[in-house]
Design a protein around this ligand. Structure first.
Ligand code: ZN
Length: 148
């Protein structure tokens, strides 16, 4: 709860700084000045977050979370969506979601494991999501998410 209040206070400081920037004529005269304001007001990065890239270019972010114990979540975001379709292709991004993930056998292997999984396709990205209270299924879940 304390962290949430701190995050809200930091977000408010950022909004206040940006609002002041727009309301005060001539307040921001350089990109460096804007970057300094943003640096001073943005949330600091979480030191527990690990990020990287696999040899195939897949970028990942991992945040260990001990509470609740024995639980994991995985999210896959594909930076393509319906905005990338031509007029003749309308609906293809969403169809790909259903053919490649929602209807995949790898995803079906998660049924009955107490895992929850879903996917969605938007204008600029598509996401696959799953969570489970049984870490025993982590490999199966990641396989379904990444290789379906
Ligand atoms: Zn769908």
């Amino acid at each position: 709860m304390v962290q949430k209040e701190t995050a809200q206070a930091q977000s408010q400081r950022t909004l206040d700084a940006v609002q002041e920037m727009f309301e005060t004529e001539g307040a921001i005269t350089s990109r460096e000045q804007l970057e300094q304001i943003l640096e001073e007001t943005l949330l600091p990065p979480n030191p527990r977050v690990r990020t990287g890239s696999l040899p195939n270019g897949l970028q990942y972010t991992i945040l260990p979370n001990a509470v609740p114990a024995g639980r994991f979540e995985a999210h896959l975001q594909i930076m393509a969506g319906s905005a990338d379709e031509t007029e003749e292709q309308q609906g293809m991004a969403h169809m790909c979601e259903h053919v490649s993930y929602m209807g995949s056998r790898k995803r079906e292997r998660l049924f009955g494991t107490s895992s929850q999984t879903n996917a969605q396709t938007g204008t600029h990205s598509a996401q696959r999501f799953l969570c489970s209270g049984v870490t025993h299924y982590l490999h199966r879940a990641l396989t379904a998410t990444l290789y379906s």
